[in-house]
Design a protein. Structure first.
Length: 162
């Protein structure tokens, strides 16, 4: 059988193909811990994910009723499927985590000021996964300090380049 040809996202050494990254998360949130969770998806959602039809910036995760759920993750329609076979773009999706991870997350999310934010959506060995960050919101001063530090790093790199 011939290999498929077409556009594919680059894979790293571990065979991970990143589909979408939440760039806004690093600006708005301070990431304390990260977890990798599986996604429960339908067939057209998986195919749309492979095409890169996903919007992750408004998504967040909650832990309730003994499970974790991802809300507001927008997976666009899969173009090759007919209109009656399409999935709902922003439905609540179940996350697959180990029981101990769920218990740990439930305890930490109930603390004031901590949230679960998706950092990226990727495929690992053909399975759709999401990297969740246990995050604390940044204040305006923290954001300014990050900007100053980034600017200082750029100036240092520019100086060393000479």
């Amino acid at each position: 059988m011939a290999a498929k040809r077409g556009k594919t996202a680059p894979k790293d050494a571990a065979g991970v193909k990143i589909v979408a990254r939440n760039k806004e998360a690093s600006r708005r949130w301070e990431v304390l811990e990260t977890y990798e969770a599986g996604l429960v998806l339908t067939g057209t959602e998986v195919k749309a994910l492979r095409e890169g039809n996903v919007q992750i910036s408004d998504a967040y995760a909650i832990v309730k009723d003994g499970g974790a759920y991802l809300l507001n993750l927008h997976i666009g329609p899969y173009k090759a499927a007919g209109p009656h076979l399409q999935h709902e773009p922003t439905r609540t999706r179940k996350l697959l985590l180990h029981r101990r991870e769920l218990e740990r997350l439930l305890g930490k999310v109930q603390q004031k000021g901590l949230s679960l934010v998706p950092l990226d959506v990727h495929f690992r060995r053909g399975w759709a996964k999401v990297t969740l960050g246990l995050c604390r919101g940044k204040h305006k001063q923290d954001r300014r300090e990050d900007l100053k530090r980034r600017q200082a790093d750029r100036e240092m790199a520019r100086y060393l380049k000479r």
